[in-house]
Write a protein that binds this ligand. Sequence first.
Ligand code: NAP
Ligand code: HSE
Length: 430
Amino acid sequence: MPTETRTRRAPRATRRAGRIRIGLLGLGTVGQGLCRLLAERGARIEADHGLRFEVTSVLVRDAGRERAFAPPRGRVTADPAEFLRGGYDCVVEAIGGTEPAHSLVSRLLRAGVPVVTANKALLAEHGPALRAIAAGSGTCLRAEAAVAAGIPLLSLLEHSLKAATVRRVTAILNGTSNFVLTRIAREGERLGEAVAIARRLGFAEADPTLDLSGVDAAQKLSILVERLWGTALPLEAIDVLGVGEVTSRECELAAALGYALKPVAFAELEQGEARAFVAPAAVPVSHRLAGVEEELNYVQLDTDTLGPLTLVGKGAGGLPTASSILDDLLAVARGGGPDDVPSSPRAPLRPAPCRTPWLLLLTLAADAADTVLELLRGAGVRLREVRQATQALVATTAPETRERIESLGALLGPLRAVAGARFFRILKGE
Ligand code: NAP
Ligand code: HSE
C-alpha cells in the first residue's frame, strides 16, 4: 500500500485544496453512472461545494472493453496491485459480490482510506467486521447506495428520527423484482422476457437469480434492520421466498380479489422479537405500496412519534445509484464518519416466525373446486374469502406460518385435479 493511502483520518479529503481523488472499483452500471454524474454535474458540485471529485484510477476485469462512460483522465486497469498503488482520498466500491470486493475493501480501510460502497452482499456478510476495521483505522465505510439505491434512506436514519421508535418497516427493496412483476401484470410479459429487459436497463444483479430469489432484498433488509434496531439480523433469520414463475394469469386472479402481487420486504420488532420476511406478496390495491411500479422502491417506516413515514424512489439504475454514492462522497469529503453511528448497544433480536394471511391461487380441472375446498377445510385450513373462476380457485386464509402453508402444497401436489398451486403472503395494514 502506498504511503499516500496510509494516512489515518477520514477528513483528510478536506485538507487538499478542493480536489478529491477517487479510486473506483468497477466500471459497470454503477461505476459508469458515477462517471456520467461527475461529467454532467461535476462543475455544479464544485461551484456549490468547493470540491472537485476526480476519478484517478479504475479497476475492472477487462481494461480493453469499450464503455459508454469512463473517467476522462483516470487510468483503467485490470491489475489490483496497480490500482492499489494509487493514492486516493476515497475509494468507491462498485464491483459487487464478496470477492475480491472484501479483500480490497478491508485492505483499503486498514490503510485508512475511506470507502463508499454500493454492495449489499458485501455488507450483509461482512458489514460489522469491515466497520470495525474502519473504526480501528480512524476512517469510515459508507453505504447509502447499497439499500434502495437512489433513496437517501441511510442518511435519513443517520440524521433524523432520533427520538422515534420505528416499530415496523414495509418495503419494496428490489427494483428488478418490482420491474418484472409490473411488466408481467401490466404488459402480460413472461418472466424471462421481463428479466431480459431489466438486465438491459442495468437494474439486475450480474447474477439476476439474486434479485428473483429474494436474496438481494433480504441483504438490504438485514442492513436496514441493523440501522433501525442496532443489532444485526442474520440472513437466515429472514423468511425469504423468491418471485418464482409468476404469470400474468396469476396477477389477474389476484387482481380479481383486489390484490396486486408485489415483492415485499417486511420487518417488525415487538418486545425483542423480530419478524422479517421477503416474499412476492398480495397487497391490497388500497395500500400505497400496491401502486409503486417499475424499478421504484418503497420504504414505509411505522414510527411511534410521527406515524408512518414513506419514501418512494428509484431503487436501481446507474444514475440514481450514483446520486447516493455522490452524497456519501460529499459526506466523506466534509469529514463525516460512518453512516451507521451505533447508539447504545442493544440486546440481540430474537427471530420469530411470520404469521400472515395467505392468498391461494389454485389451477384446477373442471368441477374439482368443491373436492379441493373440502380437502383444505379437512386439513384445518381456515379459509376466509373463496372465489371460483374458470378452472381456478382463489381463496384467502387466516394468518398461518409458511411451513403450514407449504404443507398444503404437499397435500395438493399429488391430486390430478390440481394442475397448479401458488401461495402468496397477504400484506396487512395500509
Ligand atoms: P456490473 O454492471 O456487473 O459491473 C461490475 C463491474 O465490476 C464491472 O465493471 C466489472 O468489470 C467489475 N468487476 C467485476 N468483478 C471484478 C473483478 N474480480 N475484478 C475487477 N473488476 C471486477 O454491476 P453493477 O450493476 O454496476 O453493480 C455493482 C455493485 O453495485 C453491486 O454490488 C450491485 O449490487 C450494486 N448496486 C447496483 C445497482 C444497479 O442498479 N445496478 C444499484 C445499487 C447497487 P468488467 O466491466 O471489466 O467486467
Ligand atoms: N439489482 C438491484 C435491484 C440493484 O434490482 O434492486 C439495486 O440494488
